[in-house]
Design a protein around this ligand. Sequence first.
Ligand SMILES: *Cc1c(COP(=O)(O)O)cnc(C)c1O
Length: 355
Amino acid sequence: MHKKLFIPGPTEVRQDILDAQAKPMIGHRSKDFAAINDGVINKIKKALNTKNYTYVFTSSGTGVMEGAIRNCVKKDILHAVNGAFSDRWFKISKACGKSADAITVPWGKAIKPEMIEEKLKTKKYEAIALAQNETSTGVRAPVEQIAEVMKKYPDVIWLVDMVSSLMGDIVDVDKLGIDVCITSSQKCFALPPGLAVCTVSQKALDKTRTVTDRGYYFDFDAMQKRYEKDKQTPTTPAISLFNALNLQMDKILAEGMENRYKRHIAMAEYVRAWAKKHFAMFSEEGYHSVTVSCIDNTRKITVADLNSELGKRGFQISNGYGDLKEKTFRIAHMGDLTLDEIKEVLKNIDEILKL
Ligand SMILES: *Cc1c(COP(=O)(O)O)cnc(C)c1O
């Protein structure tokens, strides 16, 4: 039996989107593929209301997290670390040989704008990287307030991981001045894994062009030049996934981003109310994620047992991440899930736990 996914990626993929991947193969140097790539890029830009360059890479999100570091940083970068994924990005910078500093707060807490300003005052960083939606703890970063700080430091490039929130939560990339915004197909896009989408500002692209050891596969300049030449990608893209993305973008635009956001908020609020009644939220009050709720296991249930019981009923939720395993559990409300589906999974948890 298929278990409906309420995990923070991969998310549940609708049948028509799965079917779109079964179209006959075409050559990636064809006009047909160029049209698909160009169509997809323009639809994403429309949905995000951004004028920034937009690229679709055949990789998972982590690939572009590494790519962004290599493209935009020669030496000094500051990371905001408040969970597993923001920590991964910090590790990536170090693995790429950068001189990386971190602002660290306990898991479950949000990084506040004044913490960032404090650091930016003390040292000239080329870039700062943070997770807008820290999936391991369900914390949403206050990017709207952080943007006010960033405006005072126009030379600093702002890299944002929106892997588990873009296309669910709404962030005005252009208005906030986010230079590189990254996401993966298997989260709020509700697609299979395998594609990563990013927006790149003129400022970031200009910087890229001055970085000599920026690597090859994720070179933003190469992506841009190839797109300008013939709307294609430098290397072979995952064409089947592009077909799914193309159809999904039509569906996302038909729903409308505002409606999509409202649906995500409605699901988030329902889960939070349920969590506060029976458990507690793990994420700091005022900074709860719109797309995934991390719940403090105050009743000391065995999360693994709950999940196997849920599995018999055709549902899957997520245990806590890493050290938070069994101490927390996560219910994702992202992608194409509906409030009714959220109500259904919570009703089943109520029955299993006799709440
Ligand atoms: C899932 C996730 C990632 C990693 O993305 P992959 O597509 O698995 O490489 C990075 N950051 C956040 C916040 C995530 O949720």
